[in-house]
Design a protein around this ligand. Structure first.
Ligand SMILES: C[S@@+](CC[C@H](N)C(=O)[O-])C[C@H]1O[C@@H](n2cnc3c(N)ncnc32)[C@H](O)[C@@H]1O
Length: 310
């Protein structure tokens, strides 16, 4: 099928088209297709419609790995009849897959009605529009996501504690810090850990957890069910549960800063299995490797509040 700028349109067995990155050797939504996967993994699992119906004010969604915007558009389309304000914050280190996908919008089929908004979004990195009953403020942050998240936390604690010594000369020299609103939901869709280890390390998820507002319940579903990912999320501070099947995977993972957002939290039996797993130790650096749990990680996991009463 059609190829340009390092991306290719592929037709899945069910006849639906998806985007493939040739450089990364990965198809974005490889089995059931973009819309079905995004509906199962994010819209349904996050109980987005229910949360939006009961929410007042802005509802912030982080879209990590904007790619060809299938997740973002599926979320918007699935909730457009609800009177709500969505602030969608997308992250990626390239806009090429979206540019490619937009050229092939007719084959991909999920852009219907959003093409002009996306053209403005590509140009301005921000677009605001009314869609059905919903108002949308959609912004894009271009760059390496782990670096961006880490940069948000630099100096934050000392400022909060009031230890920050004001030095106007130094502050002028510093680039203005982007202010990211803390999310109510995170669509986490990087490439697989073997291809894209930088997006699955313990330091990244620890920083991400630090960026959440403890007063703002937030859930993060993602497609992997691996023990290593679940241990990483737990050690980063999240509560972690079993996630819905998506058609591709019989089980996924959902993490949250509030236990009430999980329907099936991992229990002690899972913990015992993790202890025996040959692949459970989080990656401390962006280098893919497989190892059983270290004694230190095992000790921390046992002390996690999720397992106290299970
Ligand atoms: C599986 S694709 C995302 C598909 C997308 N969510 C969609 O619905 O079309 C993974 C995306 O993660 C992005 N990505 C990978 N590593 C990244 C990094 N270090 N920082 C920011 N984005 C990254 C890739 O450029 C790619 O677009």
């Amino acid at each position: 099928m059609q190829t340009d700028s390092g991306y290719q349109l592929v037709r899945l067995n069910n006849g639906i088209c998806s985007v493939r990155s040739l450089a990364d050797g990965e198809t974005f939504h490889p089995v059931v297709g973009p819309v079905a996967e995004a509906e199962a993994l994010y819209v349904n699992q996050l109980r987005l419609r229910e949360r939006l119906q009961n929410h007042s004010g802005e509802f912030v969604i982080w879209d990590v790995g904007l790619g060809a915007a299938a997740n973002a558009l599926t979320v918007l389309r699935a909730t457009r009849d609800i009177a709500c304000q969505i602030h969608l914050v997308s992250f990626d280190h390239t806009l090429e897959p979206l540019e490619f996908a937009l050229k092939h919008a007719a084959d991909l089929g999920y852009f219907g009605g959003y093409e002009n908004c996306l053209k403005e979004f590509l140009r301005e990195h921000r677009v605001k529009f009314q869609d059905g009953a919903q108002s949308v403020d959609w912004e894009f942050h271009h760059g390496d996501f782990p670096t961006l998240v880490a940069s948000q936390l630099v100096g934050r604690d000392s400022c909060r504690a009031g230890h920050h010594q004001s030095n106007p000369a130094r502050e002028d020299a510093r680039p203005a810090k982007i202010l990211l609103p803390p999310p109510h939901a995170i669509l986490f869709d990087a490439y697989s850990p073997a291809r894209n280890p930088a997006m699955w390390t313990l330091p990244l998820f620890t920083n991400l957890f630090q960026m959440l507002d403890p007063q703002r319940p937030c859930a993060l579903p993602t497609y992997s069910r691996s023990t290593i990912l679940r241990v990483t999320l737990l050690l980063a501070g999240f509560f972690v549960g079993v996630g819905h099947a998506t058609g591709e995977k019989e089980e996924t993972t959902i993490a949250a800063n509030d236990l009430s957002l999980l329907t099936e939290p991992l229990d002690r039996r899972w913990l015992e299995r993790a202890r025996r797993s040959h692949s459970a130790e989080p990656m401390a650096e962006p280098v893919y490797r497989i190892a059983p749990l270290s004694a230190e990680s095992w000790e921390k996991l046992q002390a996690h509040p999720q397992f106290k009463n299970s």
